[in-house]
Structures are given as structure tokens and as C-alpha cells.
Design a protein around this ligand. Structure first.
Ligand code: HEM
Length: 626
């Protein structure tokens, strides 16, 4: 951070300076102030430093009340790091924690962000009420595409690339959920009376709610690119110079099922394929950089270092670019930047190169000053795993566009190739990626808007989705609702209560928009407790200025976004030149997503740099506007 930026931050807000100082003090005594936590419904109206203080306090509040392990102490797998190279990320995710080697590894259970006794899956009496199909068809269905104008379609591809479906592609064929279709359902005309789907694969326990395993690693380690098991991983490596395998055309090769050969390949579409290609290309460029500076390194050394750097850069892009693009609020922008870079100006860091002591109290001061990265890990007393609630807040299918209309990156003109969802999903992704110039595809994503995350904007094609190997059509709107109920994710109002938010007393409290409230009432009547999490969050307003999603989802996000960084050894204790190399750290420090695009698709360097954040709609070539 430059002196100019510090002055810019402080001067217009000089009257906030005492608040800023108290924020630092506050972080120094983290376990005290949460006792005095006061919920502020419209925190985004605070001036900058008060807003930062409030977000910090909220995170502390949530770390104290919203972290729950789903393992009993005696159940947790005992692991060992004997014979494992602990200086690098492992494929299965073991040994990130040296104290608890199995933490965050592939197959481990999802944790919970709400107390365990609130996570029983709903019984049949409520599971199907209100009817998920009615909700999907009457509340969610898109009549007309409503764009999210502040972001581009790379943002939607990005978030699915980050989250994917981690409960597994097949579900449990032995255990089904089935409910009658509404009387007026058009499917009844073709003889269908019920909607049926497989339950999620789960572990049952005698005295507590069922638990669910993650089929990928939990860490922020790009396992979707590299794989979470050695067999898959081996098929993806070229074993030459540390590089990932690519086909002759420079893109990821495709398997016999028509899907790209990558670490995790479920629910495939053109957007995720695009992201995988960009990050595999980036990995291979990092290998080139390392080979040039370390000619004696073998394939494994090059791969392991390139993975560390590529992964950290990916996490940095998410923290400092994707999130601020989705949540364009001044407080949030600063908070996310502080997470990664800290608030301390560079010149002061060089004067005081030694970090604050890493004792429990000072650690929080150090975090604000220097950022989470390179600091001391903080588990808030609970071992790390992704949580079921974190999966649920990313049910973002409304981001999907009905059509992808390819435009040339040279002049912005439509090429004539248009793909609907059934054409760009699953095997169809290949038609988009290889049926066009890759630069045109990326350009199209950079200049298109995704759909807005509001009611009435769920793509109709996703409500009649034919997924390979699934023996029935999926109404994804209904599936999204049903999965949360099945997995015991609390409904909207309970979710708010448990996340230190003020619950709605009546439907009118959910949204400022009268028409939206009327829509909710049509489905849920006056029973505000029955409103589903997805319905409530899509309906919710007001939202923070510039927020693409609701404050309720944001609350879970506050907890998860920092926690993913601060529990990971490779973002904390081992974010050092000794582990990453200095050139590796410099690569991360000097790059943003615009640079990644410029390197991996050089034709797009200028377009990607036409905006200050690669996830904002790119400025199209002049020919379009003339
Ligand atoms: C054409 C593109 C997409 C297709 C075909 C697709 C399809 C699916 C399917 C079939 C499921 C699993 C349904 C089940 O539980 O049985 C799913 C789950 C999910 N999808 Fe999508 N999806 C797409 C895009 C997206 C996007 C853009 C996001 C944005 C984040 C997203 C987020 C999720 C989440 C969070 C889940 C739940 C994951 C889990 O249960 O572990 N999807 N999707």
C-alpha cells in the first residue's frame, strides 16, 4: 500500500480515525467485544472505518457462535504425515495441518455453521411443503432475462469453478424423495404425476443428525484442476517440466464422455471449461517461469511450486477481485483488500519488518495491519472444513444466461454462433470452447452480463434439465429448495436468527418491494418461518449498495471468506519465500486476473485491461459503439 493510498483512506475520513484506533484495539481483544455485539441492519451506511469495525466485530461474533464440527473427537480419522512431503500441497489434502493430518482432506465431512441440533433433515411432513415445484415455477421462473449489470459473465463461471458440486454427481439410487406435482403442472399432461429424485449420499448416526462428505478436498487448493486422488491426478499431468497435460490445440483434452479431463468435472458447462483452461494455462506459464530461474529442478519440483503459486494467485483473485466485483461497496472493498494485503503501508512495513507478536491478542492487530496472508493461523477453536450452509448460499443458478451469443474479440461483432443452456451445458461445453476461437469465447464472457440474483430470474431451461446418467429430468429450482430441506439447512428466518441477523416478523420485513412480498405471500401465506433460504435470499431487499447478493448470504460469507485463508498453512505460516520462492511470491504479488487473462489469452490483454477489475463488464471495441 502506498502512502498516497493511506492518505486517501484517512484524510476524507479523518474524523473516523479514533474509530479506526478502536478497531485495532478491538481486534486486540477479540473474545471480549462479541459479548457486546449489536446487530446493525444497514451496516453499509456506516462511514468506512466504522463499517470495517462492524464487519470485524461481525466476524468475531460468527466465529464464536457459528462454527460446529460434525465429528465427535473419537471419530476423527487419525492420520500421519510420515513419508509425505509436507513442504507442498498434497493431492488428497492431507497434512495441510501437521497437528491433525486428515483435516480438510478429500472425503471428510462438511462442517456446520449452525448448532448441530438445528441440522436434522426435514421430515416428510414438511420436506415437500410448500411444494418445491410450485416454488420453482411460480416464484423462481424467469419470464424475462434480468441482467446483473455491474458484473460480467466471467463472474458466474468463476463462482461455479470455485464451488462446483461437492456432494457428488450420483446421489443415492436406493433412497428417493418423491412428491406430487401441483394440479396445474404441465407435466401432468404427459402423464407425470410426481417429481422424484435421489437423496444425497449420507452417513447416519444414532443420536445426532446425518452428515455429508465432500468428494473433493476442503482446502482452497485448486483440487478441481489438479484432482483430489492420485489416480485422477496422474492422468492430468504431462510429467514434463511440471506441466499439466493439454491437447495439441493448447486446450484441455476431452474424455470419452465429452467432458474435459480435469480434477472435478460434474455439472459441466462452457463457463467452467473456460475457467479450467485459463488456470491450466496459467499453471503451465508459472512452470516456464520456474524452469527459467531454476533449470536444475525436476518435474515434481516444478509442479509442486507451480501449484502453490497458481493456487495462491487464484485465492488472491477471489479475495481482492471477484468478491469486490460482486459486492461493490466501499467498506467491503477495503475489507477484502485488508484480508489479503493488510492496511499497513509498504514503507512502514519496511521500517518495521518484524510482525507483531503472534500471541492470541496481538494476532488480530497483526491481521488488520499485515493481512491474513503470511500471519499466524487461526482456527477459532474448531478444525476447518467447508460447511453445508456455505454450499447453500451459493445456489446461484439464476446467474446463468439463456443464451451465449459469441462475439469476435477483434471487432465485437456477433459471429453467428449462439448456444442455449442445453447446448452449452455438459457435453455441449465443447461445442462452445472448441467450436469458436477461445479468445472470442472469453471475450464474450467478459462483455456479457450474467443474470441477476433475484426472484423471477431462474432460467427455464434449468427447470427441465437433462443430466447425463441421471434417469429423470431435473427442475433445478425445485432441487435447490429440496436439497436444503433434505440436508437440514435452516429455512430463511431461522438461518437469519442463527447467524446474528434480525429475523423477519412478517413477510413485509423480507423485501422493500411490495410486488416481491406479494409473490412470497402467494406461496408461503403469512408463515414467514416457512420461507425457504433460497426464496428469502433472492427476495431480500434492501441490499448493500452494489451487492449482487443478499445480506443474509453475506453473513455466512463473512465467516467463510476469511476462515478459508486463516486456517490454511500455505496461506499463513508457510506463505514464505522458503516455501514459495521469492519469484513465486513476486508472481502472485504482481498479478491480478487481468494479468492472468493477458498472459493466457494474449489477444485479450487490452480488453481485460479496459476495466479496473476483470469481473466488471469489459469495454467493447469502438466499432460496436459507432
Ligand atoms: C449450465 C450450468 C450448470 C448446470 C448444468 C448445473 C447443474 C447442477 C446440478 C445437476 C446440481 C446438483 C443437483 C442435485 O443436488 O441433485 C447442481 C448443484 C449446485 N450448483 Fe449448479 N449447475 C450449473 C451452474 C451453476 C452455477 C453458475 C453455480 C454458481 C455458483 C452453481 C452452483 C451450484 C451449487 C452451489 C450446487 C449445490 C452443490 C452441492 O450440493 O454440493 N451451479 N448444479
Amino acid at each position: 500500500m502506498s502512502l498516497r493510498r493511506v492518505l486517501k483512506l484517512i484524510l476524507p475520513h479523518w474524523w473516523n480515525f479514533p474509530i479506526y484506533a478502536s478497531a485495532l484495539l478491538y481486534f486486540g481483544v477479540p473474545r471480549v467485544l462479541p459479548n457486546f455485539y449489536v446487530i446493525v441492519p444497514r451496516w453499509w451506511n456506516f462511514p468506512l472505518y466504522l463499517g470495517l469495525l462492524y464487519l470485524g466485530a461481525t466476524r468475531e461474533q460468527l466465529s464464536t457462535h457459528n462454527l460446529y464440527d460434525t465429528y465427535l473427537a473419537a471419530e476423527f480419522p487419525v492420520g500421519s504425515c510420515a513419508g509425505i512431503n509436507t513442504a507442498v500441497r498434497t493431492i488428497s489434502g492431507v497434512c495441510n495441518s501437521l497437528e491433525k493430518p486428515a483435516m480438510g482432506a478429500v472425503g471428510l465431512r462438511f462442517a456446520r455453521f449452525v448448532p448441530i441440533n438445528y441440522t436434522y433433515g426435514e421430515p416428510d411432513a414438511t420436506l415437500y411443503t410448500p411444494n418445491p415445484r410450485t416454488i420453482s415455477q411460480e416464484l423462481f421462473k424467469r419470464e424475462e432475462f434480468q441482467p446483473a449489470t455491474s458484473i460480467n459473465n466471467l463472474a458466474s463461471a468463476w463462482i461455479q469453478f470455485q464451488t462446483h458440486d461437492c456432494h457428488g454427481p450420483t446421489n443415492d439410487p436406493e433412497h428417493l424423495m418423491s412428491f406430487p406435482l401441483p394440479e396445474n403442472d404441465p407435466l401432468r399432461e404427459i402423464g407425470q404425476t410426481h417429481m422424484t429424485l435421489r437423496r444425497t449420499v449420507k452417513e447416519t448416526h444414532t443420536d445426532r443428525p446425518a452428515t455429508y462428505g465432500n468428494i473433493n478436498t476442503h482446502w482452497w487448493d485448486l483440487s478441481q484442476v489438479y484432482g483430489s486422488d492420485e489416480t485422477t491426478h496422474a492422468t492430468l499431468r504431462s510429467f514434463v517440466d511440471g506441466k499439466m497435460k493439454v491437447a495439441e490445440d493448447g486446450l484441455i483434452a476431452v474424455g470419452p464422455d465429452g467432458i474435459d479431463l480435469v480434477g472435478y468435472r460434474d455439472n459441466w458447462w462452457a463457463g467452467v471449461s473456460l475457467m479450467h483452461n485459463i488456470w491450466v494455462k496459467e499453471h503451465n506459464l508459472v512452470c516456464d517461469m520456474f524452469k527459467a530461474s531454476n533449470p536444475a529442478w525436476n518435474d515434481s519440483q516444478l509442479f509442486d511450486h507451480a501449484r502453490l503459486v497458481t493456487t495462491a494467485l487464484n485465492a488472491k483473485v477471489h479475495t481482492t477481485e471477484w468478491t469486490p466485483a460482486l459486492l461493490q461497496d466501499h467498506v467491503l472493498q477495503e475489507a477484502m483488500d485488508t484480508n489479503w494485503n493488510g492496511l499497513a503501508p509498504k514503507w512502514l512495513r519496511s521500517l518495521l519488518p518484524v510482525r507483531f507478536p503472534k500471541s492470541n491478542n496481538w494476532q488480530h492487530v497483526a491481521e488488520v495491519w499485515y493481512g491474513i496472508i503470511g500471519g499466524a493461523p487461526d482456527f477459532a477453536g474448531v478444525q476447518f472444513a467447508h460447511s453445508e450452509e456455505f454450499v447453500s448460499i451459493y445456489r446461484f443458478h439464476s446467474l446463468l444466461r439463456d443464451n451465449i451469443t459469441i462475439r469476435s474479440s477483434v471487432d465485437g461483432k456477433e459471429t453467428g454462433n449462439v448456444y442455449t443452456i442445453p447446448e452449452y451445458a455438459f457435453r455441449g461445453a465443447q461445442d462452445v470452447i472448441r467450436g469458436n476461437k477461445f479468445s472470442d469465447v472469453v471475450f464474450t464472457f467478459g462483455t456479457d452480463n450474467p443474470g441477476a440474483l433475484v426472484l423471477g430470474n431462474y432460467p427455464t431451461a434449468m427447470m427441465n434439465l437433462s443430466k447425463p446418467d441421471t434417469p429423470y429430468l431435473l427442475d433445478m429450482g425445485a432441487v435447490d429448495v429440496l436439497r436444503d430441506r433434505e440436508r437440514g439447512v435452516p429455512r430463511y428466518n431461522e438461518f437469519r436468527r442463527l447467524f446474528s441477523l434480525i429475523p423477519a416478523k412478517t413477510m413485509d420485513d423480507i423485501s422493500d418491494n411490495k410486488a416481491t412480498v406479494a409473490e412470497l405471500r402467494r406461496i408461503y401465506g403469512e408463515d414467514v418461518e416457512s420461507v425457504d433460504l433460497l426464496s428469502g435470499t433472492l427476495a431480500e431487499s434492501p441490499r448493500a449498495t452494489g451487492f449482487a447478493f443478499s445480506n443474509t448470504q453475506f453473513q455466512a460469507f463473512i465467516l467463510a471468506a476469511s476462515r478459508r485463508l486463516m486456517t490454511d498453512r500455505f496461506f499463513t505460516t508457510d506463505y514464505t519465500a522458503a516455501v514459495y520462492t521469492q519469484e513465486g511470491l513476486d508472481w502472485i504479488h504482481n498479478s491480478d486476473f487481468r494479468a492472468v487473462i493477458g498472459r493466457t489469452v494474449p489477444e485479450l490483454n487490452a480488453s481485460a485491461h479496459s476495466v479496473d477489475n476483470a469481473f466488471k463488464p469489459w469495454v467493447v471495441p469502438r466499432i460496436l459503439s459507432t
